[in-house]
Design a protein around this ligand. Structure first.
Ligand SMILES: Cc1cc2nc3c(=O)[nH]c(=O)nc-3n(C[C@H](O)[C@H](O)[C@H](O)COP(=O)(O)OP(=O)(O)OC[C@H]3O[C@@H](n4cnc5c(N)ncnc54)[C@H](O)[C@@H]3O)c2cc1C
Length: 569
């Protein structure tokens, strides 16, 4: 993309493309020249902006758009990224950073792929497009931990401000009142897929309450349709397409740079008091380096992996970790790179379905072409849908009770079992149902087969990991160690979730749409443990399968521990 205009004030910037020429030395960059090794890189020093937003991802696009609203080169579309259902097809492409964890002892030393968006819009341009607000209990916990103004009521206000909901008549039961309709982020339900309704009814049979809207103030505990970040034409709404529209990109007070890497935060240590971020260094792949100043703030929004990496490379982080790599300590912040949490998934739990009940036909060459044509010409069909049109949130404590109630001898699908009073904590399990076979992120071919893929995810993980530096260079990916199952609680939660998923598959009316053997212990097929009997399959067998089959659910975060009362930045 061509470089857009840049002006000395009111400017938000994101990095990625050739920055403007005619460098200009800035007073405050001058001040930090003394002893700063960034000067020795021979960087061209460019004019300053008010705000420098590093990372054109989910957070960065929103910030750039909002900051430049006060006005005192379009992003280049990626075709695959526009198709909501095709998100995993982006994984082998240049739009993915293709990170990988180090060997995980909790998973038999398996390494796990960590996909992250390397594209404007960041991970919102390659994600599964499920639009889901957290449980209110989570936000209450944030507030209790010191994040004043981030409680459930405030969050609802901002979710509504961000959202532009388009109702779909095919979903008359959805309670639409709670959705925002004047924001920049499109959401909607659909398209309708019959097996999703059967999943909901089957979940109700095993005791999960049906709720009219997963995003309502009461929280998501229950079973319902998932909303998608999809626009009215059936295209993905990413942070880039929603917030950096052509109109926004034409703003004279915004410069968006693509294909440019931030390599360092420039710190001014010459001022009295704490060191201050006054700009950033950035580099193009061809070796050119630049420096840009910030009159007001440098905002680091590179995501959960690259943000701690950049901070540490800039001398901000645990002193011992920095010294290991011979990096000058600008600010000793022990929590940078610590407390890494990720939502781990048991992986694809595939149950056989009867032909014609699912979307598997779009996985054939002809079906794919027809699906694509529908999407392109009419904005309709499976390609406009999110991979997981229906989901469940439940607390694992509740499942104990369900399991006890439903012993094999008393199994009766027509009986509705009451779920005990909702636990005070937010749900710790998410289960999604995809109306097609997804094995190996869709790269294992399954011609002529039909299935329902169930994804069971532990969403309140206790295992905590780290991001540390592999080297002094931003070009080397950091060391990602989520320490999966270092706390066995997460494994136990996933065993319960998997058993619940199997139970729902065997409840009516879903069971009639599926093609389930009575019982099977043949573990050689990807239909196991989908083929297994939930009442007899052992915890040991499920444990071995989860460790073999499990994968990230792509939600790494690094929250500050609640005992840190003041957030350091
Ligand atoms: C495959 C997948 C499926 C997901 N499914 C869902 C879902 O269905 N629903 C949901 O709500 N969430 C989902 N998520 C999670 C969600 O997308 C992320 O939590 C969110 O996008 C993170 O936003 P962020 O701004 O923190 O980081 P990102 O969006 O990842 O943005 C970081 C940006 O920084 C850029 N960057 C990194 N390093 C540098 C550097 N040195 N210099 C310049 N730029 C740099 C990156 O290229 C990227 O553009 C999914 C994620 C993935 C990957």
């Amino acid at each position: 993309m061509k470089p857009s205009l840049w002006t000395p004030s009111h400017t938000a910037i994101q990095w990625d493309s050739p920055p403007p020429s005619s460098p200009q030395i800035l007073p405050h960059l001058h001040r930090s020249q003394r002893g700063e090794d960034w000067l020795r890189t021979g960087a061209k020093i460019l004019k300053a902006y008010d705000y420098v937003v590093c990372g054109g991802g989910t957070a960065g696009c929103v910030l750039a758009s909002r900051l430049s609203e006060d006005q005192r080169s379009p992003h280049e579309g990626n075709f695959l990224s526009r198709i909501p259902l095709a998100f995993t097809q982006l994984f082998p492409t240049a739009a993915n950073w293709k990170y990988e964890t180090i060997a995980q002892p909790g998973l038999g030393n398996k390494k796990v792929s960590w996909d992250r968006g390397k594209i404007l819009g960041g991970s919102s341009s390659i994600n599964a497009s499920v639009y889901q607000r957290c449980a209110p209990e989570n936000f209450t916990e944030w507030e209790r931990s010191g994040a004043t103004g981030w409680g459930p009521a405030e969050m609802t206000k901002y979710f509504n401000k961000a959202e532009k909901y388009s109702p779909n008549p095919a979903f008359p039961d959805i309670d639409t009142v709670i959705h925002g309709d004047s924001g920049l982020s499109f959401t909607r339900y659909g398209p309708f897929v019959p097996i999703a309704d059967s999943v909901i009814d089957a979940a109700v049979k095993v005791g999960i309450p049906r709720i009219p809207n997963m995003n309502a103030d009461k929280g998501p505990a229950g079973v319902s349709n998932f909303a998608g970040s999809v626009d009215p034409r059936g295209e993905r709404c990413s942070a880039a397409t929603g917030y950096l529209t052509p109109d926004v990109l034409r703003r004279p007070n915004l410069t968006v740079a693509v294909e440019t890497r931030v390599t360092r935060i420039v710190m001014d240590k010459a001022q009295a008091g704490s060191p201050r971020a006054v700009g950033v260094l950035l580099a193009k792949d061809d070796g050119r380096v630049f420096a840009v100043g910030a009159n007001r703030e440098v905002i680091i929004s590179l995501g959960a992996i690259a943000t701690p990496q950049l901070l540490m490379l800039s001398g901000i982080g645990p002193a011992d970790e920095l010294r290991k790599h011979d990096i000058d300590v600008v600010c000793h912040l022990p929590f940078v790179g610590k407390n890494l949490l990720d939502h781990f998934s048991a992986g694809s739990l595939v149950v056989r379905a009867k032909p014609g009940k699912t979307w598997d036909h779009i996985l054939t060459p002809l079906g794919g072409m027809v699906g694509l044509a529908h999407w392109l010409i009419r904005g309709s069909g499976p390609m406009t849908g999110i991979a997981a049109p229906v989901g469940i949130f439940v607390h694992s404590d509740t499942i104990v009770t369900l399991t006890m109630l439903r012993s094999p001898s008393s199994a009766n699908d027509s009986k509705v079992i009451d779920v005990p009073a909702a636990p005070s904590a937010a749900p710790d399990i998410e289960i999604f149902f995809a109306p097609l076979i997804v094995v190996n992120n869709g790269f294992t071919k399954t011609p002529g087969m039909s299935g329902l893929t169930i994804g069971c995810i532990a969403i309140d993980p206790r295992s905590q990991g780290t991001i540390t530096l592999a080297s002094k260079s931003i070009l080397d990916p950091p060391v990602i160690d989520p320490k999966y199952f270092s706390n066995e609680h997460d494994l136990h939660v996933l065993i319960k979730a998997t058993r619940l998923g199997l139970r729902i598959a065997r409840a009516e009316p879903l069971a009639t749409m599926l093609d389930l053997p009575a019982d099977s212990d043949d573990e050689s097929t990807f239909f196991w443990p989908g083929d297994a009997n939930p009442d007899t399959v052992s915890d040991e067998a499920l444990t071995a399968w989860i460790k073999r089959n499990g994968q990230t659910a792509w939600h790494p975060v690094r929250p500050y521990p609640s005992h840190v009362s003041a957030l350091p930045y």
